[in-house]
Design a protein around this ligand. Structure first.
Ligand SMILES: C[S@@+](CC[C@H](N)C(=O)[O-])C[C@H]1O[C@@H](n2cnc3c(N)ncnc32)[C@H](O)[C@@H]1O
Length: 229
């Protein structure tokens, strides 16, 4: 199953960034900036971006930590990491980011290493959400913070119906046009399986996070889980 998820993201890699811009009408940049702000990353910090894909959130995090800080972007898709690396090399000066190919359920880092972390659209895709939160908890420094951005099912029924309509009639057809129908059709079922904001808060408390809040954003169609160790 992990292999299936990795294969999906490897196939999406060439069009991933552009498609996200279209599908979110450019809004995903705003949501990602909110996640970076809620992670409380500051200049000089050592930070982690989990499930970094082609690196969009990692680049934003790197701008916050500046040249005295460092960001580690972790993903298990070599194709998306190659896209991130290429994007990095086109920038001058090059951002302080290391791209690491690894499974976020088994992070290749010691305990208590990171001041702050982000994760964008990753938690919904991992095979074991509690394990992923446990790994995040393990590698954050005491007092370290993380912001986890993902889709969310709105509690308002009309907005929920709009979200489903948008996924079925905009997202999937646009992806189909690019030959990626199945890769994007997976969003809706994965969202049905994804814990609600309240359930995410409970899971985070269970792994030991001291302070946990889930913020619904974009009318509840997205959410950011903010955790402090
Ligand atoms: C929807 S993409 C999000 C990419 C990026 N964070 C963004 O917001 O644009 C989800 C990413 O999670 C990665 N992923 C899923 N499960 C993973 C795991 N267990 N370990 C590492 N990466 C994983 C996929 O390869 C993919 O790049």
């Amino acid at each position: 199953m992990n292999q299936d998820v990795r294969a999906i993201f490897n196939r999406i890699a060439p069009v991933y960034d552009q498609l996200n811009n279209w599908l979110s009408l450019g809004q995903h940049g705003i949501w990602k900036e909110m996640a970076v702000k809620w992670s409380a990353a500051k200049p000089g910090d050592t930070c982690l971006d989990l499930c970094c894909g082609s690196g969009d959130l990692a680049f934003r995090l790197a701008r916050h930590v500046g040249v005295t800080g460092h960001v580690y972007g972790v993903d298990f898709s070599p194709n998306l990491l190659a896209a991130a690396q290429e994007r990095s090399q086109r920038q001058y000066p090059q951002p302080p980011i290391s791209w690491i190919e690894a499974d976020v359920l088994n992070l290749p880092f010691d305990h208590n290493q990171f001041d702050a972390a982000t994760m964008g659209y990753g938690l919904r895709n991992v095979m074991d959400i509690p394990r992923s939160l446990q790994e995040l908890y393990r590698v954050l420094k005491p007092g370290g913070k993380a912001a986890i951005l993902d889709f969310h099912r709105p509690s308002n029924q009309q907005i929920r119906a709009f979200q489903q309509w948008y996924l079925d009639h905009m997202v999937v057809p646009m992806a189909k046009h690019l030959g990626l129908k199945e890769e994007y059709a997976y969003i809706s079922p994965s969202l049905d399986r994804f814990p609600t904001g309240k359930e995410q808060v409970e899971l985070a408390h269970q792994v030991g996070f001291a302070l946990v809040t889930h913020y619904p954003i974009a009318n509840g169609m997205m959410g950011v889980l903010v955790v402090s160790k």
